[in-house]
Design a protein around this ligand. Sequence first.
Ligand code: CTP
Ligand code: MG
Ligand code: K
Length: 171
Amino acid sequence: MGWPSSVFWAFWYILPAYFANASPVLVGGGRPIDGGRVWRDGRRLLGDGKTRRGFIGGVLIGTLVGVVQYFITPGFYGSLETAVKLAFLLSFGALVGDLVGSFIKRRANLPRGYPAVGLDQLGFLISALAFAYPVKTLSSGQIIFLLVVSPFIHWGANYFAYKMGWKSVPW
Ligand code: CTP
Ligand code: MG
Ligand code: K
């Protein structure tokens, strides 16, 4: 595989995780997952930024992206079942990683929405890759490539969402 093709398939592979991570900004809201509960340090378990609607909506949208991807490049997945499994695990993994990130931020006494460089941009990605690993993997070069470029895509997407008025801070 030449590098342009490796880069393309790396993005194509991870696309459900990107969608799952980004969509809660639009579809989230309502009751927080932690139900307002606090940890033993007296601070919120996860915070108001992690809602059930955002989590479930993100998993559904990310999985749906995988279905569309299957019909565009069926050969990459082999079967619709593989594509759906992969997209579900990437999306679920991304959103679990996002929750773990918020749990860590709250323990570090960072308020909801406060930026945590590294954790905010890579936590969801590493978790998505780990969850999807049993179904389909990338080469180590492709994984390193995603780890390097994803923070920039994350910042770009958040800045766009801020400019669109979808979120109150540009990170
Ligand atoms: N969101 C949601 N449910 C989720 C994840 C995100 O409803 N499971 C929505 C919330 O409105 C959140 C926004 O998407 O404010 C942006 O997500 P994120 O940046 O991950 O949350 P933060 O508000 O920054 O909270 P935290 O500090 O806990 O990361
Ligand atoms: Mg944030
Ligand atoms: K986050």
